[in-house]
Design a protein around this ligand. Structure first.
Ligand SMILES: Nc1nc2c(ncn2[C@@H]2O[C@H](COP(=O)(O)OP(=O)(O)O)[C@@H](O)[C@H]2O)c(=O)[nH]1
Ligand SMILES: [Mg+2]
Length: 343
């Protein structure tokens, strides 16, 4: 079956038309949400070639998009084992206690699991699992590069449209896909643990600019104060505009520091709204997504019109410089689109 054919088939396999699927997921029916996210995942498979979402996924996003924009989308990122899942679990419980609904999306490109929660997370979050106000889903790598980032962002839209008050996105902060996901949430919570010297270096290298709240989890361990001072020192040098990211301590397993985390996440949200930064961020998220789609499309079109492999082989054999090869491919796309050969 072609990649493009899988999308609508996934919706139909539940006996639902796309309309029915859309209606059900707007009612937050878990089975429909699961189906819809699978549709997005399948739609992303082999997309480097297609350069666009599969028809079913594309239509679904078109249908639900007008309802997006209301959820609080919070990314929780950090190294494996830092306690992200535990923190997310505790945070979700807090939100539930206030009567808010919560969707949890665990984005993990290293996971061999597909189309369901990671086993460990599923067990740990068991009591949350039976709560109809909570939806938990893991997304693992699927086919084409960039496919995971696209599917994840589309899934956030879907959960937002479905009316969840919170969408919590857990990611390991490495890899382009993951960074792209982190770069498209409203608030970024960076989780670290005491004594990770190298980790702090990694933070310095990139996450520092995009983290809005720092959490030193496992504060029951040695070296918390040192890590705390290191982080504050780093933050004091940087330029953060009107928002200085707070550094918190937590012991997620003992449920300590979670209230404060929620307070800071909400305070950040208020800051985003009051300063107009929320609109700025969302506009830049849109830009990031559009640019990514556009690049994929141009590459896919070039492949379709002239054949990417063939042109690269030709360039290599003739020792053409990269600009020449790209020029030729791009001209091919432009010419073809004039003749309306490019879809
Ligand atoms: N000592 C201690 N262990 C913790 C804490 N938070 C989480 N853990 C443990 O650390 C391990 C990894 O946690 P997990 O939430 O799966 O981390 P993730 O990989 O970042 O999602 C688990 O065994 C947790 O029980 C904490 O605050 N203190
Ligand atoms: Mg985890």
């Amino acid at each position: 079956m072609s990649a493009a054919g899988q999308g609508p088939a996934a919706a139909r396999s539940a006996g639902w038309t796309l309309d029915e699927l859309a209606a059900r997921l707007l009612e937050r029916q878990p089975r429909a949400l699961g189906r819809a996210i699978s549709l997005l995942e399948n739609g992303s498979r082999g997309l480097a070639a297609a350069g666009a979402a599969a028809p079913g996924a594309r239509e679904l996003i078109g249908r639900i998009f007008p309802r997006t924009g209301r959820a609080r989308v919070v990314g929780v990122t950090g190294p494996p084992g830092a306690g992200k899942s535990t923190l997310v679990d505790r945070l979700a419980r807090r939100c539930r206690q206030r009567g808010d609904t919560v969707a949890i999306l665990a984005v993990d490109p290293t996971s061999p699991f597909t189309g369901g929660a990671l086993l460990g997370d599923r067990i740990r979050m068991q009591s949350l699992y039976t709560d109809p106000g909570v939806f938990i889903r893991s997304m693992a790598t699927r086919g084409a590069m960039g496919g995971l980032a696209r599917a994840s962002r589309d899934a956030v839209d879907l959960l937002d449209a479905a009316g969840f008050d919170w969408v919590l996105v857990e990611t390991v902060g490495v890899g382009q896909d993951e960074v792209d996901v982190v770069r498209s949430v409203d608030s970024v919570v960076m989780v670290t643990v005491p004594g990770l010297g190298d980790d702090i270096q990694a933070i310095k290298a990139g996450i520092l600019e995009i983290a809005d709240v720092f959490v030193i989890n496992k504060a029951d361990r040695e070296g918390v104060e040192r890590t705390f001072k290191d982080l504050q020192m780093m933050l004091s040098i940087g330029d953060h505009g009107a928002w200085l990211p707070p550094v918190l301590k937590a012991v997620a397993t003992r449920d300590e520091g979670i209230d404060r985390l929620l307070v800071e996440v909400e305070r950040h949200r208020e800051h985003l709204v009051a300063s107009g930064e929320l609109a700025v961020r969302r506009r830049s998220h849109l830009r990031l997504r559009v640019e990514t789609l556009l690049k994929e499309r141009v590459v896919a079109a070039a492949d379709q019109v002239l054949g990417l492999d063939r042109e690269i082989e030709r360039g290599f054999a003739s020792r053409l410089d990269p600009y020449e090869v790209a020029d030729r491919l791009f001209s091919g796309v432009v010419d073809a689109s004039r003749e309306e050969l490019v879809p």
